[in-house]
Design a protein around this ligand. Structure first.
Ligand SMILES: Cc1cc2nc3c(=O)[nH]c(=O)nc-3n(C[C@H](O)[C@H](O)[C@H](O)COP(=O)(O)OP(=O)(O)OC[C@H]3O[C@@H](n4cnc5c(N)ncnc54)[C@H](O)[C@@H]3O)c2cc1C
Length: 602
């Protein structure tokens, strides 16, 4: 099997091991089946979602449900579900691809779709017993039923394990009675099944339950009114109250006290899918923005010809390109890891769970990076439209409002930033990723005399790849010294963790863009990839600036005297290009292509 022959990196190892461009999966590697799926989903999005955009903006919740039902009929809700349970069983890349291309019409649908297929269905496919899977998953995969996920409570948001909802065993021992209040529950208004987390007695950890919901026979379940939200206006979001809701014991998910683990793992999967779900929005925002910029004239000139607009178009394109590159790279790593585990005898369920868990760091990185890119993209989209961008008559303001939620749910971006670094440090402690060795090597390098040889940069990306390697050294230098200084107390130094996460994020995103382009330049030729080369270089340049900024902030926050001076010198050395790219030229090249094609065309 191809996946087994390839020596794929483990989660987090991208930081300390070199990845060859041949070993990354790119959107240009989509199979014929995946391309067909992409076409089908895009067509569905145009016909069923974009054509009715104004109805979604007018809070037409019934439309969201109706389109979800149609998505079910076409199989889109079951892409990730094994065939044995009524799904298409298409693999992780196809799952991400579907999330990607179905999500750009409106955040309302994309949230309903994500909540149902991800956190509403996955806990059962990943943790359910055979009976639970047979009973519920086919209904969810086909859209006969819709799922919701009830974790958050008024007093338990980011601190998800602190919920007060209780589950009490009935006297006959046959059922649990659930009591409590959940809030911000997506799909609550039209779901037939809820994954509910509740605490049994004084357990340390919460427990997951599958709870059926039939409005005709509500079983103590009361829904609050629809929340009126900044964006995703036709996504149903309600409070859910449980009053002695009776749930048979056989509806417990995994074991007692396993709920927190389920909640966290479901979110891991959700995070990469959410990143995917922010990609096509960026493509569409850029396309709409360049359409406008080519048409709109000021000072007798199309505004697309102004440098100030070109720099926006170029950055929007480069960020979207890096997001695609990194998301599909990680998606394929997960798919391969699942295949490796299945070949080693794990059940699909176990393999999928472990496969996603393995790349939890990358999932958090992607969630943060792409949710912020889509927000920035929409923000610049508004700016390109000028006053019209602020009007409800153009699509930019809704895109901006809808994008805003992605930074909050599936774990806020603050929590995900801290998680990414925290998980990496834990992996290092467990010996799964060797950070210590490389961190020591960086320390030694800093003590030594730098080489003054003139390197040969004639090969494509040789300097850029060296820059990425140097950025990795910055992370190792900063995180290594911080761990040495603070040990387990490091988690209390949140601003440091966040700065380190920003460095980690930029490394992964920049490297992914470069590797994708390098792979494509080898097969299609450098001329055919000239704009992709420019986007990769532009992304890296911006990444280097962020790393320099965050590196400096970190170093001066915890190092003093000689140590500080040495680290700042190291930072300078590791963020210095031998030959600085002409950023204005790069931006112009990218913008000219986008202008000429009048769309995001990569
Ligand atoms: C539209 C929408 C749909 C949603 N859908 C669902 C759903 O379907 N199911 C569900 O269960 N939940 C859902 N949620 C809830 C969502 O997951 C939470 O809002 C989110 O996890 C944050 O929790 P919170 O709102 O309580 O914010 P808080 O946890 O109170 O956070 C507030 C701020 O404090 C920061 N913060 C919190 N803890 C820390 C910390 N330890 N260190 C540093 N900073 C911290 C956060 O990053 C944030 O900036 C939804 C929310 C919205 C708005």
């Amino acid at each position: 099997m191809e996946a087994i022959e390839k020596d794929i990196l483990r989660g987090g190892q991208f930081l300390v091991k070199e990845t060859k461009c041949e070993d990354v999966f790119t959107p240009e590697d989509f199979s014929e089946e995946q391309k067909m799926m992409k076409e089908a989903v895009m067509e569905f999005n145009d016909r069923e979602i974009i054509a009715h955009k104004d109805r979604f903006e007018a809070k037409d919740y019934a439309l969201t449900e109706e389109v979800m039902r149609k998505a079910g009929e076409l199989g889109f809700l079951g892409v990730a579900v094994p065939e044995a349970y009524g799904g298409l069983g298409m693999g992780f890349v196809s799952t991400c691809l579907t999330c990607d291309y179905i999500s750009s019409g409106t955040g309302s649908f994309s949230t309903a779709f994500g909540a149902h297929t991800g956190i509403g269905t996955m806990p059962i496919t990943l943790y359910g017993t055979e009976e639970q899977k047979q009973k519920y998953v086919p209904k969810l995969a086909t859209g006969e039923w819709f799922g919701a996920y009830c974790l958050t409570e008024p007093g338990a948001g980011s601190d998800a394990n602190s919920g007060k909802t209780t589950a009490e065993l009935t006297e006959d021992g046959k059922a649990y009675k659930i009591n409590g209040q959940k809030m911000w529950i997506s799909n609550a208004g039209f779901c037939s099944l809820m994954i509910v987390f509740a605490r049994i007695e004084d357990d340390k950890n919460i427990t997951g339950f599958i709870v059926e919901y039939d409005p005709e026979n509500p079983n103590g379940i009361v829904l609050g009114e629809e929340e009126h939200k900044l964006g995703i206006r036709a996504s149903s979001t309600r409070q859910v109250f449980f009053n002695d809701t009776v749930v048979p014991v056989e509806n417990m998910l995994a074991g007692r006290g396993e709920g927190f683990k389920i909640a966290m793992n479901a979110l891991n999967v959700g995070r990469i899918k959410l990143a995917a779900a922010c990609l096509d929005s960026q493509r569409r925002i850029l396309t709409t923005a360049v359409n406008y910029a080519n048409e709109r004239k000021q000072f007798k000139t199309p505004i697309a010809d102004f440098g100030a607009i070109k720099m926006k178009l170029a950055k929007m394109a480069a960020d979207a390109y890096a997001g695609e590159s990194a998301t599909y790279r990680a998606a394929k790593n997960i798919e391969d890891r699942i295949a490796i585990r299945e070949a080693a005898g794990n059940s699909h369920q176990e393999a999928e769970l472990k496969g996603v868990e393995e790349y939890a760091i990358e999932c958090s990185i992607l969630k943060v990076a792409v949710s912020e890119d889509v927000q920035n993209c929409a923000d610049e989209g508004i700016q390109i439209f000028g006053g019209m961008g602020f009007s409800e008559e153009t699509p930019m303001e809704a895109a901006w409002r809808d994008a805003r939620i992605a930074r909050i749910y599936e774990g806020t971006n603050e929590i995900n930033r801290m998680l990414s670094v925290g998980m990496l440090v834990k992996k290092a402690m467990k010996g799964h990723v060797d950070l210590l060795g490389p961190a020591k090597a960086v320390q030694e390098e800093l003590m030594g005399i730098p080489s003054f040889d003139t390197p040969d940069y004639s090969e494509l990306f040789s300097e850029e790849k060296e820059m990425v390697a140097k950025l990795k050294k910055v992370f190792l230098m900063v995180a290594g010294a911080a761990v040495q200084k603070f040990g387990p107390e490091m988690e209390k130094h949140q601003q440091l963790l966040i700065a380190a996460a920003d460095i980690l994020i930029e490394i992964y995103m920049a490297e992914s863009a470069i590797l994708r382009t390098e792979k494509n330049a080898k097969r299609y030729g450098e001329d055919a990839q000239s704009v992709q080369i420019a986007m990769s270089k532009l992304y890296l340049y911006n990444a280097v600036n962020t790393v320099e900024d965050k590196g400096k902030e970190s170093i001066i926050s915890f190092a003093e005297g000689d140590e500080q001076r040495m680290m700042l010198m190291g930072l300078k050395r590791y963020t210095k290009y031998q030959n600085y790219p002409d950023i204005v030229d790069l931006r112009n090249e990218i913008a000219e292509r986008v202008k000429a094609e009048n769309k995001y065309c990569f």
